[in-house]
Design a protein around this ligand. Sequence first.
Ligand SMILES: [Zn+2]
Length: 163
Amino acid sequence: MTPERLEAITARANAATKGPWNHDPNSAWRIYGCEQAHEYVWADSEGDEFPCVAMTGIKGQHPRSPRDAEFIAHARTDVPELVAEVERLSQAETEWAAYRKALVELHEFDELVFGGFICPRCTDSEDDDPVPWPCDSLRAIGVTDDDARQIILAYRAAIKAGR
Ligand SMILES: [Zn+2]
């Protein structure tokens, strides 16, 4: 979802009548002015008024559409909750990407003259057997063989470009 779309959804939610909204199945007949509605959704009272925000169903016909009314009533609080969750997850994804990038840089590969890649960071000393790259640390954050190929290609492209 683009930030623009999320902004538009947030703007619509903020512009709508304040919540919470309510729905009481089969009670449309009790509200003056809503007698013909099959189901209605109303906002919390502001003084003596109970603003009717939506009516569902077809006048004089069944079904009464209580599920539609329920959905509309809950949208008042569900939509802002979902927007907040999308924002939280987007932020977490951004942080994770930065963390992953830093870890990949920390465990940068070394290409051996006779072929193969090792992780100098995970290889204790020159006396020990070299740890193959991608190492367990990179595997643990989900670096696949495909990712490893991409990292190597990006590294080589950067060298070629003189960076
Ligand atoms: Zn490593």
